[in-house]
Ligand binder design. Structure first.
Ligand code: GDP
Ligand code: MN
Ligand code: MN
Length: 245
């Protein structure tokens, strides 16, 4: 397998209402089978998922938690509003957002945003990925997989990685169960989270600061079979059961 990876250059600062699909098709030539990773930050900007801190009224809970984390209570309120379930409050908020993703501060960010605003994660990243895929097909006629990414911390290891929060045109997981290893042993457990692997490498190209590269194109990834059950159910998730407060 030989894969080509390229950051898509020349993308402007994204504003509410911009068509990301149109901008991408203007800046790069897609081929059938390409995969494009798009930073959630610009999907949120295009959707208008920005909140001005001055308009946020912190609740008692937000004030209490901000006393612990020493963060702006309005920022904390933005995180609480974006969360479906709070797993950890301190030393950082870890929560589940409505799409099933679990992240620190619910993925709420104040970097790469203009002014005193916070940016919240796309509310329906699976739907956004599907729409972007359809729009790209309509504009340039090519069948392109789409992965919406966010930079996330990880349990057990230092350092953040790109993670897939929405995808379309591929399954999240490549399922190796039932396959045989080099010595004929049947694999019973191995499911590979391919969308996260691709998201992580795209994040390496995007960087975290001022590179201005919010989209990365992969050519030559081929295809795989599997399923989309990327998130553990609460019953399956033993780590979450162990830490739930
Ligand atoms: P996140 O990982 O989705 O939270 O996004 P980041 O804030 O880490 O940004 C990822 C990449 O996109 C970095 O290279 C940023 O400089 C770039 N970026 C963020 N917003 C914009 C934008 O509106 N336009 C352009 N061209 N680049 C952006
Ligand atoms: Mn982010
Ligand atoms: Mn990032």
């Amino acid at each position: 397998m030989s894969i080509q990876v390229a950051g898509i250059a020349g993308i402007p600062l994204i504003k509410t209402g911009d068509s990301i699909a149109e901008i991408l098709c203007e800046k790069t030539a897609f081929e059938d089978g390409d995969i494009v990773c798009i930073a959630s930050t610009i999907v949120s900007k295009a959707n208008g998922y920005l909140r001005a801190l001055k308009d946020i009224e912190p609740s008692e809970d937000a004030v209490r938690i901000s006393g612990l984390t020493k963060e702006d209570p309005r920022f904390i309120q933005g995180i609480l509003d974006s969360s479906k379930d709070i797993i950890i409050e301190y030393p950082f908020i870890l929560s589940e957002v409505p799409c099933g993703h679990v992240g620190v501060r619910a993925g709420v960010d104040n970097s790469n945003v203009e002014g005193e605003n916070i940016i919240i994660l796309p509310k329906d990243p699976m739907g956004d990925a599907a729409k972007l895929r359809e729009q790209i097909k309509a504009i340039c006629g090519k069948d392109v997989g789409v992965i919406i990414t966010d930079t996330c911390g990880r349990a057990f290891r230092r350092g953040q990685c790109g993670t897939a929060i929405g995808w379309a045109g591929m399954t999240a997981i490549r399922d190796f169960r039932g396959d045989h290893d080099l010595f004929g042993l049947e694999l019973e457990i191995t499911e590979e989270a391919v969308v996260d692997e691709i998201a992580a490498f795209s994040n390496f190209i995007m960087g975290e600061s001022n590179a201005g590269i919010p989209a990365v194109k992969f050519s030559g990834c081929g295809s795989w079979t599997g399923h989309d059950n990327l998130y553990f159910t609460k019953e399956e998730d033993f780590i979450r059961k162990a830490i739930h407060i």
